[in-house]
Design a protein around this ligand. Structure first.
Ligand SMILES: [Mn+2]
Length: 439
């Protein structure tokens, strides 16, 4: 699609003024229509209802974190992207734009203390005006930001009671802030652990962590849930108090029904079977949510779907299967992107990630589950693989684009974003040196 954008003088190309007509100027062309027709024909033959599929794809929404809108850094440095949001309002504006173009996100996940609102009513109103809600709140006890005592040796699992108390109080404060803006969940990720053998007492630090989390859990309103994230290593390299889904799950069981495990795709040792973890957690009604990203080696926080699209598809297969079989309802699971952008324009990266997630989901919807079960039960190994591959190899891009267009989004969000020169305009508005709060 190479259409010339109809830009009039009255249509300001600035971020907040992308009009419907600008989005529709890129409406699907003849190629899209023919691709969709051809695909629909094939899907109908397989017994699928195309409008149902489109409705499901359109309904699937993923939250965007407030810290993904600026350039991410590594421990070696950080390169500014230009035009980064300078405050929470501007972060919301960026996500509002993403929502407008992609129709795949309608919620933002805030991080405290990076995003403490100055005026809660104003922030709430701003989000509402952009059609955004507040997803899970994220606490931060993995770095020092001027609080009384240091988290250098840990937070909720620190040997010092006063440091543990400070970390508990911070999480309670995050809950209180979340209540004011309509969030319904707290995400806890701990960097707690140790770098060297002998540095920490495994059982004591685990017990302190459980006790601290119990206190935080008790402070949550009754309609809130707690998402407990795990990670095998980094920033600590010898031991992490909550290294895996099993440890997270056993802690959650001690907290209560509203505490569940958060799976971050990058928080596993290489080659871990994440789809099996998803299936097991759903079987136990213990899956709280997802942090989408992709990785080659560790917690690389690369664009979702850029490295292992097949894994992403297999994960969605388990999610759909678990939902269909009634193991755990899909709407009880929170969806969020958690990525970092070191070399890409963050908004372009997020557009690509949202697209990759939608594609994986759409492909998983095509899997003939009853045939797959038949193949599984009769030991038809090759047949089972064929069924998955048939869905995975189907080009569903026209289906995903159609779902987006029917919702009022762009046929090709990235193309619209580039044609409207959004980043250039953001740089004009915010400058080259602006830096979003975050990592
Ligand atoms: Mn995460």
């Amino acid at each position: 699609m190479n259409k010339v954008l109809p830009m009039t003088k009255t249509e300001n190309p600035q971020l907040m003024n992308i009009t419907k007509s600008q989005i529709q100027a890129f409406e699907g062309d003849e190629f899209h229509k023919r691709s969709l027709e051809l695909l629909s024909e094939k899907l109908v033959k397989s017994g699928l209802n195309v409008s149902n599929l489109i409705a499901k794809i359109a309904a699937f929404q993923i939250a965007v974190p407030s810290w993904a809108l600026g350039a991410g850094g590594t421990r070696f440095g950080r390169f500014s992207i230009g035009g980064e949001p300078r405050n929470l309002e501007e972060k919301l504006e960026d996500i509002g734009l993403l929502a407008q173009l992609t129709k795949k996100t309608e919620a933002v996940s805030l991080h405290i203390p990076w995003d403490i609102p100055e005026d809660y009513m104003q922030i709430k109103a701003k989000a509402e005006s952009l059609g955004l809600k507040f997803d899970a709140m994220n606490s931060n006890t993995f770095q020092d930001y001027g609080q009384k005592e240091s988290y250098k040796m840990g937070s909720l699992g620190n040997a010092s009671k006063s440091i543990r108390d400070q970390a508990i109080a911070h999480n309670v404060e995050v809950i209180r802030i979340g209540e004011k803006i309509g969030s319904k969940a707290l995400t806890v990720w701990l960097a707690d652990g140790s770098n060297f053998p002998g540095q920490a007492h495994f059982r004591n630090s685990l017990q302190w962590t459980i006790d601290s989390l119990k206190k935080i859990y008790r402070e949550m309103p009754s309609d809130w849930k707690l998402l407990l994230e795990y990670k095998p290593y980094e920033p600590n390299f010898y031991h992490t108090i909550i290294p895996d889904w099993g440890t997270s799950s056993l802690i959650c069981r001690q907290l209560g029904d509203r505490a569940k495990v958060l799976v971050d795709l990058g928080h596993h040792l290489p080659n871990t079977n994440i789809e099996q973890i998803v299936a097991t957690l759903m079987h136990q009604n213990q899956l709280a949510g997802f942090h989408f990203n992709d990785s080659k080696y560790g917690d690389d926080d690369l664009t979702t779907g850029s490295i292992k699209p097949y894994q992403l598809f297999l994960i969605f297969c388990e999610l759909i299967s678990g939902d269909t079989d009634g193991a755990q309802a899909r709407d009880s699971i929170s969806w969020m992107i958690d990525a970092s952008h070191n070399v890409k324009d963050p908004l372009e990266d997020l557009i690509q990630a949202l697209e990759a997630i939608a594609i994986a989901y759409a492909k998983a919807l095509l899997v003939d589950r009853s045939k797959l079960e038949e193949a599984q039960n009769s030991g038809d190994v090759a047949g089972a693989q064929e069924i998955l591959q048939a869905a995975f190899q189907t080009d569903v891009r026209s289906l995903v684009a159609e779902a987006r267009m029917q919702s009022g989004g762009a046929a090709d969000p990235l193309e619209v974003y580039r044609s409207l020169k959004v980043r250039e305009n953001l740089i004009k508005e915010r400058g080259t040196g602006s830096k979003a709060t975050g990592m």
